[in-house]
Design a protein. Structure first.
Length: 169
């Protein structure tokens, strides 16, 4: 003979509604542990997130996730030494912009690393357009290069001479 169990209290049901945040955290944690997803998104859209001034002076480098911190991470940003103090003061604004871009708290704090900045092609200053040399400038350059026999050296010196003559006007 089996004993009948008393009916469960509805509040103790296992399929009771739960906060969406609890389920999302559990579901997305394995994905977010890859850690490259958010950083790749930040790097690819840095100009959009940070704006033109910060794009010229900074570059996101890596994200460090503390254990038990959930999704929030520390973003390491390379910054040109001349701009480091300014960026330190702008840190709360940058964190807000990054988190606003993602729609959740992806970055908790910034760690600044002073380093030379490798600017993307779209941000590099435009190359100076060389003007054609006048006949006198061309003749003077040829005269200066008359004694150079090495072809590669001659080409390098000719390029330098063209740049110098072009800039002198």
């Amino acid at each position: 003979m089996s004993e009948k169990k008393p009916p469960r209290d509805p509040a103790q049901r296992t399929n009771a509604p739960k906060a969406l945040g609890l389920a999302l955290g559990r579901l997305t944690r394995p994905i977010m542990k890859q850690r490259g997803v958010a950083l790749a998104e930040i790097i690819n859209h840095w100009a959009e997130i940070a704006g033109p001034l910060l794009t010229k002076e900074t570059q996101p480098e890596k994200m460090v996730y503390a254990s038990g911190a959930g999704h929030a991470a520390t973003l390491e940003i390379g910054v040109s030494p001349a701009f480091a103090l300014e960026l330190q003061h702008l840190s709360p604004l940058i964190i807000d912009k990054i988190n606003g871009y993602f729609g959740f708290r992806a970055v908790e704090k910034l760690r600044l690393k002073q380093t030379p900045i490798r600017r993307p092609e779209s941000v590099k200053p435009a190359e100076r357009i060389r003007r054609p040399l006048s006949a006198d400038e061309r003749a003077k350059l040829e005269d200066l290069l008359a004694g150079v026999d090495d072809r590669e050296l001659r080409q390098a010196l000719e390029n330098l001479g063209q740049s110098l003559f072009s800039a002198s006007r």
